[in-house]
Each structure stands twice: as structure tokens, then as C-alpha cells.
Design a protein around this ligand. Structure first.
Ligand code: IPT
Length: 946
């Protein structure tokens, strides 16, 4: 059996012309379920004759379809970002080419034989040869694209046999070098569809909206026999191909995804359709829908499930859409291939702007300066066009799709220009996106990835050379790399998107961590990343860079993003508050505004806040509501919540909020100084016991403690270790992970203990002078820490503060300050001042690759308590940042998976003045200057109470 098709750069063959993805009332048979399966290590060793019914597959195993074989015990997943996992020798692929043979028997009744039928494969990775009842149907390539084969005459009443031979590698693998797991097999649905004679072969609904008149215009490209009904618009059995217009329709937008239920029908077939009227245009250098600028509050979505890989169940796709909507996301780029069609139907229904991206990436050629890159090589031209056609034809009926994308990271070339040309001719109604067309020669929008804020600002101001870059709408198809703890610096991007009308927002990289669920031998769950399956070439945890953890728990990055993307802004003015409507289309009538007044986090009053109608882009200044007089630190919080249930969240769901300070804090009163007591082995000052030789605190209210001691280090984040001049490298070179503490002087006075120290790295001349001044009142112990740089410092600091370990029983925390989640200097918009509680365990953010996490900011006071009610209270004068964990920073830094972290019998606290920002240097800009932590003269004042 010849397998020359495997290394042929041409597209597959034997399939039908691509057409729209739809379901009709014609019969269909889902061929999902258990198939017989055999994996052979290469093509020559795969068995012969599998296509014939008499072939004996009793020695094979069962494998579910849809699924990836590597996630069912056959072969192993492998992760690479840019590199091909095989030698770059296009179109050749390894002779060790794992080949999966699939066989499926199914039974049909005689009615199936009376009409034509097609077999549809929604996705096979990467190349497959297909037979039905011993007859070859053809070959398919293009893993994330459908193929349909005519099968009517081959069907039999009774038992039928479908056989598919899937190769892990093919020439097409060169076109599918996306940053993701290499996973093979029949991973999307397989369906047998009856195609009734005189039925609906294909259709394309063009539903335009004229925002000046409110008119909706409809025309359908389809067979002339097809009739269209839209009962809501009083349209019944209208000849579908005859354009018709309606004086007034409700438009579709991501904010108000109005769909009209309709039906296309012939005498033999009916299709339920959902029509959204909307018109995409480019005017004034902006992408507009229905005449209004779109602000892309976007994310890049790969299809990923921690157990199923890219075989994403429908419920999971729905969960994604609901989570996006709940977090104020309004746009998705389907990076970097067309998703399962079900996802697009959900985008229509729930309302998301979509950039539908073609399954095309050849990133691994970048290493060789794009030498032999398929994008400019005629032998690949048909494969490029074939992929684009199959996407556009499949997805053309979705109102949510407003841009077509030619692919990702494939450089440029004639094959891309050809795809663009074909698409423009076929669908003038949607602009074309491709970031790789740097000069914007054949695209309609200027798109970039990871551009720094200064550059975005220059683009917005038109201070760029290429006239296309000045004229076209601008978007960031990827920005703010959400790897590990981060991204930091989102606010600065939003400000630019709001300042420059042509800068239309962007898409965070990326939606979800692609971790694969695994268990330790003793049954503890963790998520695997590159290298965990023994890959010889891999890119480690670079695949763990999402806003969701692999199990779809939102990470702090998503909470921050929801705040950044909130479509309503509530801020303080000098004597009141301002409400701004940042929606693209809607008023705020779907929201209820409510205020609460809290003193030290406890509610003292609340009420409704009437907000007059505000159209999109409008704002209003309102006076403060009538508030009672308060004593103690008091904040007014305004919440904008959904007034009624929506398909994606219940009434009451929080969309936006703002906080205004009302009454400042009153500093604590001192109850009177306590004198030092000198015992032979201890200095005692109020609640504190000190080592007389080192001046360090050894007990606090009778509890053994370690520290407090100056701490400069944090378990480095992926962003600290990032790609350009990583901060972590500078910190390590400066020895900040191994500083020594020299006690210079211990001065016990009558009522105070002064301990002078110098904190400095071995072998280097610079350091920090750190003076600890201890005093005590009858009910408290006070520490004032004065810090001053000594000598020339070469770098920033990860953190500046104290570490202190206390007994492990103090494992529940209540604090008044920023929360409830973690926050950092450049990722702190989602933290609000209030009273929060959590266990120490709950304070941890389980980053798949462990790193610094869990910092709570602006803490006025925190109480750590035991189960039996003992309390250690720490107050900041005025505030501090708090971290509490059951392991040390060193253990956190050494861990590679969450299951490497084992609790000690202490709680390790960091009480910080500040931490360095997060930035997004794992791929993109580092920490902005205003969030960098430089060594400086500083003081931290804390009060301890038991
Ligand atoms: C960019 C890729 O488009 C994306 O797939 C992902 O790999 C991302 O980087 C990093 O996670 S390309 C890069 C050269 C910026």
C-alpha cells in the first residue's frame, strides 16, 4: 500500500468541496464511541488489509473517538513551542512515524440506501487515509479542519465498516507548528449525514445592518429552491436567494447578541438557522461593527482540556464562553486554528467578537531565517489555499466572526497573499488579519504581538514610517503573556487603547494553561508540562501561560483582567463620583448600581445608586449618596451588577466596582512604655523574648518564632526569569538569594532595644544597613526597621521587608486591607480594601510551576489565629504587604510541581514594604519603571499583639 501521500505537500484528496457546517433534519449518525485501535511505531509495520471486513482486529484495543491516542496510553504527549520535534527537512517526516489504525463497524437500515450520504470528519491529527466497506475514500490533512466524503453508493443495509489510518507526522505537520502539545488521532466528531436529493447543499446567510436607518438586509447564497422563514420578522417561505430588507431589526453585537431564529427549507430538508444582523466595516482607520468602534477586550483561546487535550467536550467549550463573559472579556482569537464548530455557535449565542484563525503555523523555520519556509514556496501553495477555503466555508455563517486570520507565525510570502486574495473575493464582508504580514501588504488591520506600551503609544500617535501602519486599525493579536504569576502592567495598555481610537485593544496570551492532569504514585494530582513525558526536545512550562489553571479555575491574572476590562468605570471626583460607560454599543440599563459603606471592613450603611441613562461613551458626575458620620477607616464601594439573569451569569453578578475613601484611619494610641528585663539567657521586652547575643526575637507572647529578619528574595516568577535581561539573573549575580546578616551592634536601653545590622551578599561590596528598633507597650511589641543602601547597588530588589516564622497552628488569617486575592505593584486593580479571611492554605495560588504567589497588599492589620482561638495580630503603621505559607521561599523556589511542596511545622510570613512588579517578560515587556523596586532608604513599622 503506497503511503506517498504522507510526505506530499499537496492537500488531501477525494473529499467534497468545502461547505458550511450545519445540521439539518436529515438523518445523521454520530460515529463517536469506542473504535478498534492499533498503534504501530511506523508505517511499514502497520498491518496490511485493514480496510477489508475479513481483517481480524480482535488483537487490537478499544479507543474512544473523539480522543487523542497519547492521552489513552498509546505513545506520549510531547510539547514544543517553536521547534519542530523532528529534523527540518521539508516535506520529509520521520520514518518512525507512529501510525494509528482505527476500525468502526456500524449498522444501517435500508432507508439510508435511498439517498446520497456524506461522511464528515471534523478533525484528525495529522493525516488520514479513509476507507468505507473496503473502498478508499481519500486522504485528509489539515488537523483542525473538516473533510467530507461522498459515501451514498458505498453504504450497505446491515453492517458497514469504516477504517481510518492516521499518521502522527505528515508533510502537513510542517504547517501545524503551533505552540502546543503534539497530540494525534481522530479528536473531533465523525458523522454520517444523509443528503436528501433536492436538499440544501450549502448556504451563506448575509445579514447586514444599517446603523443609520436600523434596516436589516438579508440575502442567502444557496440553491434557488431553498425557502427562508423567520417567523419573528413575519417572513414565511421567502425564496431564500432573493434579497429582502426589513425596516427595523435589532442588530447583533457581542454586547447584545440578538439572534433571529429562522429556517431554510426545501421539500426534502430543513435547517434551523440563527441570524445575527451586523455589518463590519473599516472607517476612520477603525474596525467598526454597526457603525461603532470595537474595543477588543480579548483573549487567545487554544482548545485544551487537562484530560482530553484538544478533544474538548461541549460542556467545556460552554464553560469557556461563560467564564469569558463573566470576566468582561468580549473577544476571542481562535489561536491558532479553527475551533470545534460548537464553540463558534456559543460565541454567536452568548456574544463574543471572534477572529477565526486558520490552521497554519511554520514557526520552526524562523530559526533558519525562514529558509525553505512553505509560505513562499509554490509546492505548498495549494495546501495554504485549501486550509483557508475550508475554514471560511465551514464558518462563514457565524455573525460572531468579524475578522478572518490567515494563521500565526508563518512569516510572509506569496501563499499568504493568495489566501488573502481568495478570501477577499469570497467574503468582502470581513476584514483580513495576519500578524506575519509586517508591511500590511495584503491585510486590512495592523496587528502586532507583545509590543511595548511606548511603541503602542507611537503607533497610536501615527509616529511610524510605514503609511499602512498609520492608516489601518491597530490591534495586539497577543499581549500580556499570562505565564505563571502575572501578567503585570495591564492598566497601561488599557489607557492606550482608550486614548488612541485606532488602537483597538488586544488579546491576552493566553486563555488557559495547557497542563495535563497527572497523579503522583500516592495519588496527589498535579499538572504536567513539557519534559514530564520524557521528551528529548521540549519547552518546559512555556505551555503553562494561561489566565485559567488547567482545570479552569480562574487565576489571579483573570481576576485582574476582569477589573481592567470592566465596561463601566467608577471613580472618585473631588466631591463625588464619576460613572463612565465604556460599552461599545449598549447603555447601562442592564446594570444595577448599589453602594455599601464599610468601617474597618464592616458594613455600616448601604443603598441603591440611581444612575441616569448613559449611552456608550458617555459619563456622568454624581454627588455622593447621603452617608452617616463614621469613625475609623471607612470606604464607600459602588458595585455595578447585572439587573437580571443572563445566559452566562445570574442577576447580581458583579460587572464593575469602584472605591472611594471616606474617613481616614485613626493611629493606635500607645498605652505606655515597658522596660527591658535582663535575664541570663534572654532579654525580655513586653511580649518579646530576645537572644542577648544576636538581638533576634526568639519568642512572642510565649510562642517560639524565627525572625523577623530582613528578606530581599522571592521565589522567582516566570516573568522574573523572562527572556530579555531577566531580573532574576541580575538578582542572582548580586547574590540576593544568599545574603548574610551581620550584627553590628546591640544596644539595650531602658525601654528599647536597638539592633544594628548589615545585610549583604558574599563576595560583593554593597549591602543594606538595617536597624531594628524594638519598643513595647503593656499590650504590644513594636518594631521599627530602618533600611539604607550601603555602597553601589547593581540591580533592583525582588522584595524589601521581613521574614518571620511562627508556629504552624496559626493557620487562619483575617486581615483588613487589599484583597481578597493576591496582588502586586503592577497587578493590583482587582484588590479592594476590606475585611478578608482565608486559611493559610487558601492564601496560596497553585501556579502549576511553583513560584512567588499569594501576596496581599495594603494590609492595615492581620490576625493569624489557631483553631482554639489564640491570635497573633500584626498591625502596619500604616500598612504592609503580607505573605503566609507553610513552606519557605527556598522550598517554593526549588519546587517544579505543586506536589513538591511539603508543609513544615511553621507558618512562614513575609511582612514587606514592597515587592518588585511582575511585568510580562516571560514573553514581552518587563516591569515598567514605576513598578521597579530599587534599593532605597525606607522604614517599616509594625506592631505585634497577642
Ligand atoms: C507567540 C506565539 O504566537 C504564540 O503561539 C505563543 O507561542 C506565544 O508566542 C508565547 O507563549 S510568538 C513569539 C515569537 C512572540
Amino acid at each position: 500500500m503506497s503511503s506517498s501521500y504522507v510526505e506530499d505537500p499537496a492537500p488531501g484528496h477525494g473529499s467534497l468541496r468545502p461547505r458550511a457546517y450545519f445540521r439539518s433534519d436529515a438523518r445523521s449518525l454520530d460515529l463517536g464511541g469506542d473504535w478498534r485501535f492499533l498503534l504501530s511505531p511506523n508505517i511499514p509495520s502497520a498491518p496490511e488489509g485493514i480496510e477489508y471486513p475479513e481483517f481480524d482486529d480482535s488483537g487490537w484495543t478499544d479507543l474512544p473517538v473523539p480522543a487523542h491516542w497519547q492521552l489513552h496510553g498509546h505513545g506520549k504527549p510531547a510539547y514544543t513551542n517553536v521547534n519542530y520535534p523532528f529534523p527540518v527537512d521539508p516535506p520529509r517526516v520521520p520514518s518512525d512515524n507512529p501510525t494509528g489504525d482505527y476500525r468502526r463497524r456500524f449498522t444501517l437500515d435500508g432507508d439510508w440506501l435511498t439517498q446520497p450520504a456524506v461522511l464528515r470528519f471534523d478533525g484528525i491529527d495529522s493525516c488520514a487515509r479513509i476507507w468505507l466497506n473496503g473502498n478508499e475514500l481519500g486522504v485528509t490533512k489539515g488537523s483542525r479542519l473538516p473533510s467530507e466524503f461522498e459515501v451514498g453508493p458505498l453504504l450497505r443495509a446491515g453492517e458497514n465498516l469504516l477504517v481510518v489510518r492516521v499518521h502522527q507526522w505528515s508533510a502537513a505537520s510542517y504547517l501545524e507548528d503551533q505552540d502546543m502539545w503534539w497530540l494525534s488521532g481522530i479528536f473531533r466528531a465523525v458523522t454520517l449525514l444523509a443528503r436528501p436529493a433536492g436538499g440544501i447543499p450549502d448556504y451563506w446567510i448575509h445579514a447586514d445592518y444599517d446603523h443609520r436607518t436600523g434596516r436589516g438586509t438579508l440575502s442567502v447564497d444557496t440553491d434557488p429552491a431553498v425557502r427562508l422563514s423567520i417567523p419573528e420578522l413575519d417572513l414565511h417561505d421567502h425564496p431564500a436567494t432573493q434579497p429582502i430588507s426589513f425596516a427595523a431589526v435589532d442588530p447583533w453585537s457581542a454586547e447584545e447578541p440578538r439572534l433571529y431564529q429562522g429556517e431554510l427549507a426545501t421539500d426534502t430538508e430543513r435547517v434551523q438557522v440563527r441570524i445575527g444582523f451586523r455589518t463590519v466595516s473599516i472607517e476612520d482607520g477603525q474596525v467598526k461593527v454597526n457603525g461603532r468602534r470595537v474595543f477588543f477586550r480579548g483573549v487567545n483561546r487554544h482548545e485544551h482540556h487537562p484530560d482530553h487535550g484538544r478533544a474538548v467536550p461541549l460542556d467545556t467549550a460552554r464553560a469557556d464562553v461563560e467564564l469569558m463573559k463573566q470576566h468582561n472579556i468580549n473577544a476571542v482569537r481562535t489561536s491558532h486554528y479553527p475551533p470545534d464548530p460548537a464553540f463558534l455557535a456559543l460565541c454567536d449565542e452568548y456574544g463574543l467578537w471572534v477572529i477565526d484563525e486558520c490552521d497554519l503555523e511554520t514557526h520552526g523555520f524562523g530559526k533558519f531565517d525562514w529558509d525553505r519556509n512553505p509560505g513562499d514556496d509554490p509546492q505548498w501553495s495549494d495546501a495554504y489555499l485549501d486550509r483557508m477555503r475550508r475554514m471560511v466555508e465551514r464558518d462563514k455563517n457565524h455573525p460572531s466572526i468579524i475578522l478572518w486570520s490567515l494563521g500565526n507565525e508563518g512569516h510572509t510570502g506569496a501563499n499568504f497573499a493568495r489566501m488573502a486574495q481568495w478570501t477577499r473575493d469570497r467574503d468582502p464582508g470581513r476584514p483580513i488579519h495576519y500578524e506575519g504580514d509586517l508591511d500590511c501588504a495584503y491585510v486590512d488591520v495592523y496587528s502586532r504581538m507583545y509590543a511595548h506600551t511606548q511603541e503602542v503609544d507611537r503607533i497610536g500617535r501615527g509616529e511610524v514610517d510605514n503609511p499602512r501602519h498609520r492608516e489601518l486599525p491597530f490591534l495586539l493579536c497577543e499581549y500580556a503573556h499570562a505565564m505563571g504569576n502575572g501578567p503585570g502592567g495591564l492598566l497601561e495598555y488599557r489607557e492606550l487603547f482608550e486614548r488612541h481610537p485606532r488602537c483597538q485593544g488586544g488579546f491576552i496570551w493566553e486563555w488557559i494553561d495547557h497542563g495535563i492532569r497527572r497523579h503522583t504514585p500516592d495519588g496527589r494530582e498535579y499538572f504536567a508540562y513539557g519534559g514530564d513525558f520524557g521528551e528529548t526536545i521540549h519547552d518546559g512550562n512555556f505551555v503553562i501561560d494561561g489566565l485559567l489553571f488547567p482545570d479552569r479555575t480562574p487565576s489571579p491574572g483573570l481576576t485582574e483582567l476582569a477589573k481592567i476590562y470592566e465596561p463601566v468605570r467608577i471613580t472618585a471626583t473631588t466631591d463625588g463620583l464619576r460613572i463612565e460607560n465604556h460599552h461599545d454599543h449598549t447603555t447601562l440599563s442592564h446594570l444595577t448600581f448599589h453602594w455599601t459603606l464599610e468601617t474597618e471592613g464592616t458594613q455600616v450603611a448601604q443603598g441603591e445608586l440611581p444612575v441616569p441613562t448613559l449611552h456608550s461613551g458617555q459619563s456622568i458626575d454624581l454627588p455622593l449618596p447621603e452617608l452617616p458620620a463614621t469613625q475609623g477607616e471607612t470606604w464607600l464601594t459602588i458595585h455595578a451588577t447585572l439587573a437580571t439573569d443572563t445566559p452566562w451569569a445570574k442577576a447580581g453578578h458583579l460587572i464593575a466596582w469602584g472605591q472611594l475613601p471616606i474617613t481616614p484611619a485613626t493611629p493606635p494610641v500607645r498605652t505606655g512604655a515597658v522596660r527591658i528585663l535582663h535575664a541570663p539567657t534572654e532579654l525580655r521586652l513586653g511580649l518579646g523574648g530576645f537572644d542577648p547575643h544576636t538581638g533576634t526575637l526568639t519568642s512572642l507572647g510565649g510562642h517560639r518564632v524565627t525572625g523577623p529578619r530582613v528578606d530581599l528574595w522571592r521565589a522567582t516568577t516566570d516573568n522574573d526569569r523572562g527572556e530579555h535581561h531577566p531580573d532574576a539573573t541580575a538578582w542572582r549575580e548580586a547574590g540576593l538569594h544568599r545574603v548574610q546578616h551581620r550584627v553590628a551592634q546591640i544596644h539595650p536601653g531602658d525601654t528599647e532595644l536597638l539592633v544594628r545590622t548589615r545585610v549583604a551578599p558574599p563576595g560583593l561590596a554593597f549591602g543594606l544597613l538595617a536597624d531594628y528598633l524594638w519598643t513595647a507597650d503593656t499590650d504590644s511589641l513594636r518594631l521599627r526597621l530602618d533600611l539604607a543602601p550601603d555602597g553601589e547597588w547593581p540591580c533592583t530588589l525582588p522584595r524589601l521587608g521581613l521574614r518571620l516564622a511562627i508556629p504552624g497552628a496559626f493557620d487562619r488569617v483575617r486581615w483588613f486591607g487589599g484583597g481578597p486575592g493576591e496582588a502586586y505593584a503592577d497587578s493590583r486593580q482587582a484588590a479592594r480594601i476590606g475585611l478578608h479571611t482565608a486559611t493559610v492554605d487558601e492564601l496560596q495560588t497553585p501556579y502549576v510551576f511553583p513560584q512567588e504567589n499569594g501576596n496581599r497588599i495594603d494590609v492595615r492589620w492581620a490576625e493569624l489565629s489557631t483553631v482554639d482561638g489564640q491570635v497573633l495580630r500584626i498591625e502596619g503603621l500604616p500598612t504592609f504587604d503580607l505573605t503566609a505559607r507553610r513552606w519557605t521561599t527556598e522550598a517554593l523556589e526549588a519546587a517544579r510541581h505543586t506536589t513538591d511542596l511539603t508543609p513544615t511545622d511553621q507558618i512562614h510570613l513575609n511582612l514587606d514594604l514592597a515587592q518588585h512588579g511582575l511585568g510580562t517578560n516571560s514573553c514581552g515587556p518587563g516591569v515598567l519603571p514605576q513598578y521597579r523596586l530599587h534599593p532605597r532608604k525606607a522604614a517599616l513599622e509594625l506592631v505585634f499583639r497577642i
